[in-house]
Design a protein around this ligand. Structure first.
Ligand code: SF4
Length: 289
């Protein structure tokens, strides 16, 4: 892990580190090009039929597919608090506000979130949906794993690799998301494991998922951004169900401008860890320990 993080840390400024990353990505692309979408398909974020009764479909999915009862057991730790917060969220037409590709949960603006994220005592969860991992991903697509190795030519061309390598280490938890129940369980564990701490998040997902599961995020009172994916998204329940079972022949993408917005937020967090940044040039505290 130490070596994998070295690239970003060994540069004195963010600009230099990002330039070095991007230049390595271009070289990797020339030598080992990965499969990419040749064009962005034009499709609605959610089909009309799928949009009907989405809150009910979400509840059914959450309960019906909670095979190990992890979500239920976590909910039962604070049933009144969570039940009330969930009810308050589901009676609203939308569980979020929207700013371009950013879906805002528990915050009124991206500016508000960018202020919150600079508090490095908060826990910052950054989650990436598996459907935008490259087909050639060395950790496999439908897995909660990611080696984010800057020397690996696939990781070097992958936005997830870039974002994770740029993350500061203190109170930051990167997650790689195969299913809704996986991320739900992880969020419950993080919230319950850090009582009194604010939990913030950035999570990439299809618009359908961001619509369906916003009430659940509001239920546990975490604040953050859902990032809308483009490309071969799931916009029907059938596609969503297949994807949740690892059947996802298409590739999704975070659009270039949206990647820049995410990197800017990571930079805000990293800038506030400047002391750590310097310390860690000589002494790493790996998040993977
Ligand atoms: S950075 Fe992670 S998700 Fe991207 S290719 Fe490497 S292992 Fe896969």
């Amino acid at each position: 892990m130490k070596d994998k993080l070295k690239l970003w840390k060994e540069h004195p400024t963010w600009e230099q580190a990002e330039k070095a990353w991007d230049s390595g990505a271009h070289s990797a692309e020339k030598e080992h090009p990965i499969k990419r979408l040749t064009s962005l398909p034009s499709m609605p974020g959610i089909t009309e039929e799928t949009a009907q009764g989405l809150k009910w479909k979400s509840l059914k999915w959450m309960i019906g597919k909670d095979h190990d009862r992890k979500i239920l057991k976590s909910f039962l730790k604070h049933p009144i608090k969570y039940g009330w917060a969930w009810l308050k969220s589901i009676v609203k037409k939308k569980s979020f506000k929207r700013d371009g590709d950013f879906f805002l949960y528990g915050v009124d603006s991206v500016e508000e979130f960018s202020q919150l994220i600079q508090d490095n005592h908060s826990i910052f969860v950054i989650g990436f949906s598996y459907c935008h991992k490259p087909f050639e991903c060395p950790s496999g697509r439908f897995t909660p794993d990611c080696i984010h190795d800057s020397e690996n030519p696939v990781c070097r061309q992958c936005f997830i690799g870039k974002a994770v390598n740029a993350l500061p280490e203190t109170n930051v938890i990167p997650l790689f998301i195969p299913t809704i129940h996986y991320i739900g369980g992880q969020i419950f564990d993080i919230v319950h494991g850090n009582p009194g701490k604010r939990v913030l998040f950035i999570i990439t997902a299809c618009e359908l998922t961001l619509e369906m599961f916003g009430d659940w995020g509001n239920m546990v009172d975490i604040k953050g951004l859902g990032v809308r994916l483009d490309g071969r998204i799931c916009n029907t329940m059938k596609a969503f169900e297949l994807s949740e079972n690892g059947i996802k022949p298409g590739l999704t993408v975070v659009l270039d401008d949206t990647q820049k917005r995410i990197m800017e937020l990571i930079r805000k967090r990293a800038n506030n860890n400047v002391g750590e940044f310097r310390i860690q040039n000589t002494e790493f505290r790996s998040r993977d320990k």
